[in-house]
Write a protein of this length. Structure first.
Ligand code: 8X3
Length: 256
C-alpha cells in the first residue's frame, strides 16, 4: 500500500473510519472526507502519531455537488492521483413504511447514498483512466439484495449502488480499472443510531444476542479486495455475522 493514495468518503465513523485505520496501518496515503472536520482532525492526529503516513483532510457533504467538484479540482499534485476510491458515505434515517416516512429525510438518504457516490465516480474515475490504473470500492449492503420491513428506501439505494457498481464495471471492462461492491450485513456502528434517529437504546437492542460485525471486520474485506493481484477483480463481497443468513433472517441468542 505504500505510495498508494486512498480516498475515503464518510471517514469520520464506522466502516469509513475502520478503513482509514486499516489502510493507514499498511502505509497508504489517505484523503479523508466527512462532514465533521473536528472528527477528521482527531482521526488524522491519531493515525499520524501511530504510523508514518501522509493524510489530507477534505471536509464536505457528498450531496453538495459544487463543493465536491471544487474540493476535488483543488487537490494539489501530491494528492490528485487517487489510486483507490472507497465510496463509503451513506446513511439511513428511520424505519418508516414507504407510504408514511418523510420525503425530506429520504432526499438526504437518496442524495447521499446514490448521487453522492455517483459524483465521486464522475469526478475521480477519468483521472484513473488517464493514468491507466485505479480501483473503485463501493460500500453497498446486504440491504441491496432484497427489501425488508422498514427498509424500503434504504434497500432501494443499496440496490442502486449494486447496479451502479455493475454498470461501472461494464463501462470499464476494456481497461485495467477494477470495481468492487462490498455488501455488509449487520455491522454495529453509529449507523444504527442514526437509523433510529438518535435512539441509542433501540440501536443497541437491535444487536442483542448476536455477535455483529465491527467496522474493522468490513475493512478487512475492503483491504482484501484492494490488495488482490492486478488481474483479479473482486466484483462483490457479501459479508455478514455467522448467525445472519439474509437481510431479515438472523439468530439472536436468548432474544424472542
Ligand atoms: C446495513 C446493513 O443489515 O442493517 O447496510 O441492512 S443491514
Amino acid at each position: 500500500m505504500k505510495n498508494k493514495i486512498v480516498f475515503i468518503t464518510g471517514a469520520s465513523s464506522g466502516i469509513g473510519e475502520a478503513c482509514a485505520r486499516k489502510f493507514a496501518s499498511q502505509g497508504a496515503g489517505l484523503i479523508l472526507n466527512a462532514r465533521d472536520m473536528s472528527k477528521l482532525v482527531e482521526l488524522k492526529n491519531e493515525l499520524t502519531e501511530k504510523y508514518a503516513v501522509r493524510i489530507h483532510l477534505l471536509p464536505f457533504d457528498v450531496r453538495d455537488r459544487n463543493v465536491v467538484t471544487h474540493a476535488l479540482q483543488s487537490l494539489s499534485d501530491e494528492w490528485k492521483d487517487i489510486d483507490i476510491l472507497i465510496n463509503n458515505a451513506g446513511l439511513v434515517i428511520g424505519v418508516d413504511k414507504e407510504y408514511e416516512g418523510s420525503l425530506d429525510e429520504w432526499d438526504i438518504v437518496i442524495d447521499t447514498n446514490i448521487k453522492g457516490s455517483l459524483a465521486m465516480v464522475r469526478l475521480i474515475v477519468p483521472g484513473m483512466l488517464k493514468r491507466g490504473s485505479g480501483h473503485i470500492i463501493n460500500i453497498g449492503s446486504i440491504a441491496g439484495e432484497a427489501a425488508y420491513p422498514g427498509g424500503s428506501v434504504y434497500c432501494a439505494t443499496k440496490a442502486a449502488v449494486r447496479m451502479l457498481s455493475d454498470g461501472l464495471r461494464i463501462d470499464l471492462v476494456d481497461t485495467p480499472l477494477r470495481v468492487t461492491n462490498i455488501k455488509p450485513g449487520m455491522v454495529e456502528t453509529n449507523f444504527s443510531v442514526i437509523r433510529y434517529r438518535g435512539d441509542k437504546e433501540t440501536a443497541d437492542n437491535f444487536y442483542k444476542g448476536i455477535h455483529a460485525l465491527t467496522g474493522d471486520d468490513v475493512a478487512e474485506s475492503v483491504y482484501f479486495a484492494a490488495t488482490a493481484p492486478p488481474h483479479v477483480q473482486i466484483a462483490e463481497i457479501l459479508v455478514m455475522p455467522t448467525n445472519q443468513a439474509t437481510g431479515i433472517i438472523s439468530f439472536k441468542k436468548n432474544v424472542e
